[in-house]
Design a binder for this molecule. Sequence first.
Ligand SMILES: Nc1ncnc2c1ncn2[C@@H]1O[C@H](COP(=O)(O)OP(=O)(O)OP(=O)(O)O)[C@@H](O)[C@H]1O
Length: 684
Amino acid sequence: MELEAIPGVGAKTAAALSELDDPVATVESGDVAAIARAPGVNEARAARIARGAIRRRHDDAGRVLATDRAREVYREAIDLLRERTVTDYAAKRLETFYPSASASRIAEAQSAAADATTREPDPEVRDALAGVEPLDDPPTVRVRDRCLATADAEMFARAERAVPELSVETVEDARDISELGRSYATVIVIDEAFAGLDVDGDVKVRPDALETPAETVPERLLAFFATNRERLEAAAAVHEAAAVAGDPVAPDGPAADLDHLRDALARLDDDGTIVGDDELARLTDAVDDLDAAVSTAASVADDRLREAIRERDVTIEGTDFLSLVEQGARVDSLLDRELADEYDEAIAAAREHLADALRLEPEEAELAEPIFDGDPSFPVDHDEAAVSRLRTELAAARDRRSARLKADLASDLGDLREPVEALVRDALELDVELAISRFARDFDCTMPEVVDPDADADPGESIGAGGDGTIDSGFRIEGGRSPLLDVAFDDAEPIDYAVSGATLLSGVNSGGKTSTLDLVALVVVLAQMGLPVPAESATVERFEEIHYYAKSQGTLDAGAFEATLRDFGDLVEGADGRLVLVDELESITEPGASAKIIAGILEALDDQDATAVFVSHLAREIRDAADFAVAVDGIEAAGLVDGELRVNRSPKKGHLARSTPELIVEKLADDRGGEFYDDLLEKF
Ligand SMILES: Nc1ncnc2c1ncn2[C@@H]1O[C@H](COP(=O)(O)OP(=O)(O)OP(=O)(O)O)[C@@H](O)[C@H]1O
């Protein structure tokens, strides 16, 4: 597949994505974190790309959300889900759920969501999730003590790409290689042709070096794990907390052995160096402390000698004395002759101090001996060249040890490299699942049935309309409660509503007509996203498009009115498979004209087998203006109690609800009586 075949992926994004290991598979996997590892692709964009790939896989080019208000309802649904995530990743990843008209996409999302809702949200897991983030690729570490060498131009280019951490050097022959050996501690020759090469120094011929980066540049893996330490520890904690809560993240346990991971991380410092190895620490300290230890060792010897000299009576022969006086001769010869044993002891003490202070091994101590080995002197002298030789030796041992430990740890971590990707991905996906589960629990959701509009072959799949028989289009919601209401969810009254075909929804002021449209839109949008809906049960047609028009703010001028009318003209063209929700369209123009226009639109929609709910206060007028039997539902007030409307929020099928003014006139007629009110009431 061409990356550019994915909706929304242009040449530039395709180029960025092609930097991924397996671009097509990654994009198709829908793994937002993995896609976001492409340069310049953030998680929000990655979510859009993943959504594009999903659309392509399901051959789902349609746009279900056809109006601003429909898109707004989708955003509100996504926000309700996003509020229930812990990680940024999950918040973005939820955007891969979109209302689809594809049966296979809806089924796929429903199956994922159904699994998700079996998750038990657990506070410990929630806390642990706070530290989880997608794994990061650390910047390339430059390693300067090692190089790759090749005589082949093609290999050179490949090596530079595969191992950007190391310099790649061109060589022609063994002499060049040996030359390199002087500038680099280790030279790795990658040409087969040099097999059997014998040059001094740490020179290896490794034709497989580019394929075994863990050995060639263990620093890469170490830097990766060091950079991601906190994320990995957090992911491990999530897996553990979930297991303790009895709801493991993955059925077969964590993708990586957590003890193994922790043990490996404990051996790694934040800068990618090795910690916790006594021998490496000893060698590192020995190199660092060498100068200081030599100087204290010399003081130890000096103290000893000073003590010895102080306690000794020295008899000096006249000739010696004379030569001392005449030539300003040093006392070294005297020291040698008179205090030879004491001097030897002082030197031994110095050597012992040095070996102790630096914790030298016997062979290193032997190497240290020449440091205090010169002609007797006071104060005791040391040999700087011998110090330098010891330093070189200790530093080489330190580097060898560190390289070996790095290679060991890298090979250990190499086994964990892929599993930790899955470990973190599973933890992040758990956050997505938990958000869906919380949403479903917080709003008492059920998984809706989304039926094929052409499913009349299977009567079991048809949507029953309020007990008036069965239909095979529209929607049916039972016990629906909208989380979008301006009242607390606990106070939302459940609504039953089913519509097939084009219907007017009448009702008292503030009866809940707009809220009913919102509920219908939300349920249908969620259902087509493949998610559970806030209702006791719901069955919806798989709509091709959702057109939801919010109440217009006042009368439109001629131009805007014409534009709106044109919109509806387009809307009624091929409206089959559409859900049309319209709130008080009458406010766009004067009531008489509005009633005629709405009647005409309803008629066209009804002819097209669209599903439509038009909220209107002009239901009676529209019905009169229509050339067909318009269905009218009504949100009925049970009456006025203490000046407040008591409303039955579920629309009554086939019922023109009495308006608020009618109710008030009726109340006055009842309360006060009299001709005036009775006549008024007659007029309704
Ligand atoms: N199902 C419900 N449960 C609880 N409260 C509700 C419900 N539906 C509506 N309400 C409350 O009634 C108020 C009015 O609802 P809504 O705006 O939907 O009525 P309306 O019939 O569209 O009003 P109008 O005729 O003025 O346009 C809402 O703000 C909400 O507080």
